[in-house]
Design a protein around this ligand. Structure first.
Ligand SMILES: NC(=O)c1ccc[n+]([C@@H]2O[C@H](COP(=O)([O-])OP(=O)(O)OC[C@H]3O[C@@H](n4cnc5c(N)ncnc54)[C@H](O)[C@@H]3O)[C@@H](O)[C@H]2O)c1
Length: 381
């Protein structure tokens, strides 16, 4: 069990506080936010201590800081955390620029501190079962694939969607991490990217909350079509968009020399995984309901295209796994090198889309080691 301070008390905070119910080593003791009132409300709601950001960073009791601020603030908050001698676990992406992300990875290494980063969804039943089948050769060598994330935009549900449309926002930074991290987990590191991006509207209108009907500026492309080549030779094409009203495609399909696999939603933790080995043949369904973090625990619909109403959300497993890694002096799965490689992919896609060229990636990383049910049994309640 580690004592954790939370910085950033917005939309996703509730999901992380819920992780204490699932995992046995997460213990939030205080929270802070630049917005004092939301931090005080959060402290009240979860019966923990309210502190200013500086007080929390100077609190000797806090061993790990969970940084769930907006992406544009990730770098500053993580840097201050590492400089204050505490381990950091941050929401995705690691930072909004590669250079800043690299600085954080180097700083953590220099100060001998753990740097953990979401997404941790690839640790779920869907990601782990897909990995097992691919490693077993059930579809042969993976050669091609595609994925899609498309919905009409964050303003449809989020009360403060501004940062998603400002410089440093956009769908590649927001949703790309789930898909890229899943692919690196399944296929190993990527080699190069090509892309194109487009901004459809100059303004968006907030649809929910106290600022309903308020217009916000759009400063970033909101749809990207791009492709990735992996070191193992696989080529993946994809669409990431805040401009799609509805669609009916699978989240992710990979095609191998002996068959095809439908990988379940990389933004969530469950299944099922589908496999077919015959042209035009049936798809065999493999459930994840018997897996510790594959079983359904959410029963309401988010309203997003292609997102099941019943699903598995165990956000926080990456933090819990990092705590176990600290105790056992092992490398955490959601580590800085993986997050930096994903950030490299993100920034390179955005740049390749601006300049209509192919960009070779600067980084590589280790393929994460599969997370066994036995290991999960040690951290789950
Ligand atoms: N909302 C979701 O569904 C969702 C899902 C998964 C991941 N995430 C990720 O979680 C993070 C937070 O998302 P959110 O939806 O909760 O955002 P949000 O805007 O609702 O909340 C962010 C909070 O961070 C605070 N903040 C901003 N800069 C700060 C700083 N420098 N110091 C201290 N506090 C600061 C803001 O005041 C706000 O309360 C993002 O990285 C996002 O990508 C969000």
């Amino acid at each position: 069990m580690k004592k954790i301070g939370v910085i950033g008390c917005g939309n996703i905070a509730e999901t992380y506080f819920r992780s204490q119910e699932y995992f046995n080593n997460i213990n939030f003791i205080c929270c802070a936010d630049i917005n004092e009132s939301v931090a005080k409300k959060c402290a009240d709601q979860y019966s923990i201590k309210y502190q200013t950001v500086e007080e929390l960073l100077n609190n000797d009791e806090v061993e790990i800081v969970l940084n769930i601020t907006i992406p544009q603030a990730h770098y500053n908050v993580t840097k201050k955390t590492l400089l204050s001698g505490k381990h950091s676990y941050c929401e995705k992406p690691l930072s909004i620029t590669f250079d800043q992300g690299k600085e954080l990875v180097d700083l953590a290494k220099k100060n001998k501190l753990y740097l953990g980063n979401a997404p941790d969804t690839f640790l779920g039943g869907g990601g782990q079962l897909s990995r097992k089948f691919i490693d077993e050769g059930k579809i042969g060598n993976v050669i091609l694939g595609q994925f899609i994330f498309g919905f009409p935009g964050v303003e449809t549900f989020h009360h403060n969607p501004d940062s998603w449309y400002q410089e440093g926002g956009g769908p590649v930074r927001d949703m790309g991490p789930y898909f890229f991290t899943m692919l690196v987990h399944l296929l190993g590191p990527a080699k190069n990217v090509r892309g194109r991006g487009i901004k459809i509207k100059d303004h968006r209108v907030i649809e929910k909350g106290p600022r309903k009907n308020e217009k916000i500026n759009v400063e970033t492309p909101t749809s990207y079509m791009a492709s990735l080549e992996f070191h193992n030779g696989t080529i993946i094409q994809f669409l990431l968009s805040f401009d799609i009203i509805n669609h009916q495609q699978n989240h992710m399909e990979l095609y191998g020399t002996k068959g095809s696999i439908i990988v379940p939603d990389p933004n969530m933790f469950g299944g099922p995984v589908m496999i077919s080995n015959d042209q035009g043949g049936l798809w065999k369904e493999y459930s994840t309901e018997e897996m510790f973090i594959g079983k359904t625990n959410i029963f309401n619909h988010s309203g997003r295209s292609n997102e099941a109403s019943k699903q598995s959300n165990y956000r926080g497993v990456g933090l819990s796994e990092m705590i176990k890694a600290i105790e056992n002096k092992k490398i955490n799965r959601c580590n800085g090198e993986l997050a930096l490689h994903v950030l490299d992919i993100i920034e390179s896609i955005i740049n390749a889309s601006k300049n209509a060229n192919q960009i070779d990636l600067r980084t590589t990383c280790l393929k994460p080691i599969p997370l066994t049910e036995e290991e999960i049994s040690l951290i789950i309640k």
